[in-house]
Design a protein around this ligand. Structure first.
Ligand SMILES: Cc1cc2nc3c(=O)[nH]c(=O)nc-3n(C[C@H](O)[C@H](O)[C@H](O)COP(=O)(O)OP(=O)(O)OC[C@H]3O[C@@H](n4cnc5c(N)ncnc54)[C@H](O)[C@@H]3O)c2cc1C
Length: 452
């Protein structure tokens, strides 16, 4: 097993810390690492796509799980797959899409691991139809603090504490997932431009009734009557008869295009990564005008539809301090809070990239799962923006007062008292941890910061 001392960050590159990184190649090596981890404990890490500090452990051990990446079994009748936790969603697509099976839920990046998807209980553009990732997990094998391995089934307290539990109940070694059947590997996509936030929310609500996948890009630089304008994208897996003749010969081919990410346009304009406010607004104007007013049935590859940010890496966009990814959700009836926050963001013109607006369906069973039935908005802000910490603290308070919550997988800065108000099952989570892991074998920068 390889071991080295490394400085680690989340995808946002804020808050680097140093840890001893182990890369176990077997379950026995993973168990030995946890048993021998010492007083600073250990935490599992996948592909490091969480924006915050949840997969870091200053002065302790980090288990890089990416060597445990085998697909162990697949049932072509039911779409059930058994795989190791370090396998990426990209690899699963390579194996299963040509057989007619797609991920039940995918986030905006396919370069995440199954362990990370369960640990953060990720959500996608189909939350209304499908819920979050863990709804499609039948069971997993969990390495716990005592060095033992338990089979954890859906519907049990340990399952609900682990899905969204940010790696703090143990190390997921393997999982059984249920995939979604598809006839082709292309998406049929509708696009609509919306004039302001109300218009966008109405279209998103209606579009989400019609299509499996729905999300919107919100221009966070526009002001006045155009505040919150944006572009709605709706998608369905294309049926075979929607494909042109040449594509029908290999309807399930997986050809991920390496797209330049939307963000990668920016460094050209902004040396150092901090986009000036006027340039950000000009770029947003350009993006908005370029989007079609209304277009239906456009065929897109899966990678272009779901994973446009999986382009070249973005450190040059982020500037020296990195990017803070802020994501919050508020329930139905709290639309005014969303409006107020979008207005504040627009006033500051600090968000150089569009935000992503989604409409969530029913909440998920995970005790620390993020989605609440209602609306979510996620956005990137340069960490070097003056006054950012105080500004985001203010947003957290508004979100908490509205009964909403911020997303833990993106977090590296929230105040512990606000978090307690956001997650009503936090007490249960802490009690289960105290019982399962009394000596604190599992710890992370996130858990220390928030007393999880
Ligand atoms: C471009 C981009 C778009 C994204 N879009 C979305 C989105 O649409 N929706 C969404 O929900 N998220 C989104 N994310 C966040 C990302 O999906 C999650 O942070 C995911 O958890 C990252 O997985 P990872 O394998 O990189 O895990 P890491 O970032 O390495 O770890 C994340 C957490 O999972 C835990 N973990 C990892 N492996 C294991 C394991 N084997 N056992 C137990 N715990 C484990 C870690 O301890 C940590 O707490 C996006 C991220 C990026 C970079």
């Amino acid at each position: 097993m390889s071991v080295d001392t490394v400085s680690l960050t989340g995808w946002g590159r804020t808050a680097p810390t140093t840890a001893l990184r182990f890369r176990p190649g077997s379950y026995e090596e993973a168990a030995a690492t946890v048993r021998g981890c010492g007083p600073r404990g250990s935490i599992a890490r996948g592909l490091g796509r969480a924006h915050g500090d949840s997969a870091q452990n200053a002065g302790g051990s980090v288990l890089d799980m990416t060597a445990l990446d085998r697909v162990l079994a697949f049932d072509a009748g039911t779409g059930e797959v058994v795989c190791e936790a370090g396998v990426s969603l990209h690899r699963l697509l390579e194996v299963l899409l040509p057989l007619g099976w797609f991920l039940p839920v995918t986030p905006g990046s396919r370069y995440i691991t199954v362990g990370g998807a369960i640990g953060s209980d990720i959500h996608g553009d189909n939350h209304r139809a499908a819920g979050s990732f863990s709804r499609h997990v039948v069971r997993f094998e969990l390495l716990t603090a005592d060095g033992g391995i338990r089979t954890v089934r859906a519907g049990t307290p340990l399952f609900d504490a682990t899905t969204g539990g940010m790696g703090l109940t143990g190390v997921i070694l393997s999982a059984t997932l249920r995939f979604h059947p598809v006839a082709t590997s292309l998406m049929s996509v509708d696009t609509e431009r919306a004039a302001d936030l109300d218009d966008l929310m109405t279209r998103l609500a209606m579009g989400g009734d019609r299509r499996r996948y729905a999300s919107a890009r919100v221009d966070l630089t526009s002001r006045g009557r155009a505040t919150g304008r944006g572009v709605l994208t709706l998608g369905e897996h294309a049926p075979l008869d929607a494909l042109p003749a040449h594509a029908r010969r290999t309807p399930l081919a997986y050809r991920p295009a390496q797209l330049p990410s939307a963000h990668s346009l920016v460094p050209v304009l902004v040396p150092g990564g901090l986009l000036g406010r006027a340039s950000a607004a000009a770029l947003a104007e350009l993006r908005h005008r370029r989007a079609p007013r209304s277009r239906t049935g456009e065929l897109r590859r899966i990678s272009a539809f779901f994973h446009p940010l999986d382009g070249p890496r973005r450190p040059s966009v982020q500037g020296r301090g990195g990017l803070v990814h802020y994501e919050f959700a508020v329930g139905h009836g709290q639309e005014e809070t969303l409006h107020r926050i979008v207005r504040q963001l627009s006033q500051r013109r600090g968000a150089p990239f569009p935000g992503v607006l989604r409409r969530f369906g029913a909440g998920d069973p995970g005790w620390l799962s993020f989605p609440v039935p209602g609306w979510s908005l996620s956005l990137d802000l340069p960490a070097a923006l003056p006054g950012l910490a105080r500004f985001l603290d203010g947003l957290d308070e508004e979100v908490a007062a509205a009964g909403g919550r911020a997303c833990l997988t993106n977090d590296s800065r929230i105040r512990p008292d606000v978090l307690t108000a956001m997650y009503p099952r936090l007490g249960d989570f802490r009690s289960l941890r105290a019982e399962l892991d009394p000596d604190g074998a599992f710890r992370s920068d996130l858990s220390r910061r928030l007393s999880l």
